[in-house]
Design a protein around this ligand. Sequence first.
Ligand code: BMA
Length: 336
Amino acid sequence: MPAVLPALTTHPCVKKRPAPILTAADLPYPCSLVFNAGVIRYRGEYVMVFRNDYGPDQAGYEAGKRFAGTSVGVARSKNGIDGWQFDPVPLMDSSAPDKDPELKRFYDPRLIQIEGRLYLCLAMDTRHGICGAIAALSDDLKSWELISASVPENRNMVLFPEKIGGEFVRLERPMPVYSRGRDRFDIWLSRSPDLVYWGRSALVLGVEDVPWANDKIGPTASPIRTERGWLTLFHAVDRDESRGKNGWENKWTKRYTAGLMLLDLNDPSKVLSVYKEPLIAPDIPMETDEGFRQNVIFPCGMLLEEDGEVKIYYGASDTCVCLATARVDDLLALLP
Ligand code: BMA
């Protein structure tokens, strides 16, 4: 049973693999926590781009030692589940010597291929705020170029996998703290002719339209095209001030779940349907009782296989990468 009440549970149509598909011990370079990974199928294999917080070991971070840095690394697998082969060095590293001094770190990578080119959407912490960033990747995922960064405060950007109405489209999550007095964050959409200049922004989903979220919502993974609309996951946070010690935090009041909605194929700022309960909730011990920051599931990748299976890659407890699967028809049935 989850330690957090009210209990929220994963919908039975979603099957979680009982063990992580990637843990810190798997990486060929220093890693304390590996989580929040984007995955796509690319050139006959599955490619994952993951977040790695490194520095102290478990005893160290549990004693409060700070992480030395955050890197973004690449791994490849034949089946998207196991046998991950790692690039020997991270793609991005917040402690790289040639790094722009304004930049603190990149994290929570969402990988996507559009018209044959690879892109990463990233959260980018700078000395003057958090930005949503888009980087273009080389075909071999060995180098990258920053092509767009929002003004602060913005995070959780994801690109649609194709142009819509001739434009690139992204979901994003600005953080308008002054307007509403506390964290009440929503999902927005912007459009671009070239992935560099973004505009014609529109509100997609307000946090008040997600019954179990009392704090904030945000995009998770790139949406999937279906005949009925864009199948879209989002993350949702409920906060309870009575929650106490949890994982490494003396007081961690948030719980991260994932919700599901359907967006209009031609105008994805229009919500066609929202499932009014969580699709995925932290409800097994490695998500509720173990790990660095408990009661967190945070998807960054979602794939539709030819046989109708949907793979959802998510970070659990900000500690490891996990995989859940569902049938696409079962997911669409939740969105009448
Ligand atoms: C968010 C991001 C994620 C993280 C989540 C839960 O704000 O920082 O990287 O997984 O919090 O800690």
